[in-house]
Design a protein around this ligand. Sequence first.
Ligand SMILES: Nc1ncnc2c1ncn2[C@@H]1O[C@H](COP(=O)(O)OP(=O)(O)O)[C@@H](O)[C@H]1O
Ligand SMILES: [Mg+2]
Length: 263
Amino acid sequence: MTLGGANPAISVRDLVVGFGDHTVLDRLSLDVRSGEILGVVGASGGGKSVFLRTMIGLVPKRSGQVVLLGTDLDRASDADLRGLERRWGVLFQHGALFSSLTVRQNVQFPMREYLGISQRLMDEVTLAKLEMVGLGPDDLDKFPSELSGGMTKRVALARALALDPEIVFLDEPTSGLDPISAGEFDELIRTLQTTLKLTVFMVTHDLDSLRTICDRIAVLSDGRIVTVGPLAAMYESDHPWVKSYFGGERASLHFSAAAATEV
Ligand SMILES: Nc1ncnc2c1ncn2[C@@H]1O[C@H](COP(=O)(O)OP(=O)(O)O)[C@@H](O)[C@H]1O
Ligand SMILES: [Mg+2]
């Protein structure tokens, strides 16, 4: 894949975000290349979700620059921002779906907000999105309480794709899933990313996801991205957190198994 020459889909420079006395992100900089799956890892409570939420305008920043799809968020008009909001989709870490709404209503939520199209057309688009994520017409009128964990994530992904976004933000999409469902979900993300040419920003703790679907990995530590690169670069890092995470026993078990099957 040739990614080098393209403008980054996301460009973040010297981002500072905090709450009261607590500085969470401290001059964080990162580029996400157009068309890549970037995995973001870091200690729990380290600011990964805050970072994601800041990029989509849900958390105010103190300083720094966020450029999404060529638009500097600080320089954009309200109309520009609203236009931009249609070009990304998000799967949040918690509360993936509205519990009082059916699958159909959940997936149609962003359509109602941003598209002035008929109910019939929304129903058609909804079915197409559900098919993309491996669900069907029988699931349309179910409530979230009737869905398995894996199905819930799939519906949330369908909702994230509702407006045909260019960027998808995923916050720990496979957490809480059993390994088989998580693996299937990873595969789905990769397939959709390839066919729809998405840029994917994915926060994850899942070593399998990092190994199997991420083009590059960015490590957030002490409020900054301390290392970014392909998996191989993680082994070469001298950063203590990166060393312990990727050199840990759990990690080496995964990676040695992968190496053995790839020979
Ligand atoms: N709205 C908020 N108000 C105050 N502190 C917050 C808020 N959101 C997150 N934080 C704090 O920011 C830090 C980073 O949180 P978070 O981004 O959720 O971590 P991660 O996703 O890496 O586990 C935590 O200390 C958390 O308590
Ligand atoms: Mg989080």
